[in-house]
Design a protein around this ligand. Structure first.
Ligand SMILES: Nc1ncnc2c1ncn2[C@@H]1O[C@H](COP(=O)(O)OP(=O)(O)O)[C@@H](O)[C@H]1O
Length: 247
């Protein structure tokens, strides 16, 4: 008998973690696997910063200093994105970089059921080196890591860009040494309590990123009980015959 198309239940995940811990990299992969949108508040804010307005100038000032935007401001950006997604029939979301304060988590609980909060943990020195080596393609927006990072027994191989992106690499203004230190401090002061918020709800999954993407991805799937989902997805979509051209 024809297998009933799986009725996809809504699946809402939030990704927590310090700058450079891998929220974006694994968020994009999880979104593709689960067929839900990857929504990064950092990306929404950077889109806003591209506009010519007093608000975008003020936002750029805050971001360049490594501080958090006001809860109301970032929630306004996120809420309109979530409403647009719901209107399109999105069956959930992978939320990257939100909530970043307990107040944001409380407000999010009012408009959506969060099923899992994945907390990406990594050593501070690794995070600093990854952010310093992080580059973004100015055209397609993909994020790359230009340097192999090794701290102690930890090895995080570089994620070099494809040839099409090579001459379009840009460094985020908030990936300066000073701004990285500030963002790490802001995380400890304002965002770490969000981990406790979800721990108390029994929704927190801590994930230590102990290696590169290919080494960590299967471990993350195991931690989230998504191994079968990956097997079904691989069976449905054989790998592309030609490398994906990003730009
Ligand atoms: N939920 C949020 N609340 C307030 N500010 C945010 C939020 N998400 C992102 N930002 C702002 O955008 C910047 C970049 O965010 P993001 O791309 O997620 O960076 P990171 O690499 O620190 O995770 C943050 O440093 C902060 O200034």
């Amino acid at each position: 008998m024809e297998e009933e198309p799986r009725k996809q239940r809504e699946l809402n995940l939030v990704l927590l973690g310090r700058p450079g811990a891998g929220k974006g990299t694994f968020g994009i992969k999880l979104a593709a696997l689960l067929d839900v949108p990857h929504i990064s508040t950092g990306d929404l804010i950077r889109e806003e910063m591209k506009k010519v307005s007093s608000m975008s100038r003020r936002i750029a000032e805050v971001v360049s200093k490594g501080k958090l935007l006001g809860d109301e401001e970032v929630f306004e950006l996120l809420h309109s994105r979530l409403q647009a997604g719901a209107a399109r029939g999105d069956k959930g979301f992978i939320l990257d970089g939100f909530p970043r304060t307990v107040n944001q988590a409380i407000v999010l609980d009012k408009i959506a059921d969060v099923h899992v909060a994945v907390n990406f943990a990594q050593e501070r020195e690794v995070l600093i080196q990854k952010c310093l080596g992080r580059r973004v393609c100015g055209e397609c927006g993909r994020v790359f890591s230009m340097a192999d990072v090794s701290v102690g027994d930890l090895r995080m191989p570089a994620i070099p860009p494809p040839i099409q992106c090579l001459d379009k690499m840009v460094t985020r203004k908030d990936d300066s040494e000073q701004s990285i230190q500030k963002r790490l401090q802001v995380y400890d002061e304002e965002s770490k309590p969000v981990e406790d918020f979800y721990r108390k709800q029994g929704k927190l999954v801590n994930f230590d990123v102990r290696g590169g993407v290919s080494e960590s991805w299967p471990k993350l799937l195991q931690a989230l009980n998504l191994v079968e989902e990956q097997q079904r997805s691989s069976a449905r979509t054989p790998p592309p015959a030609i490398p994906t051209v990003w730009c």
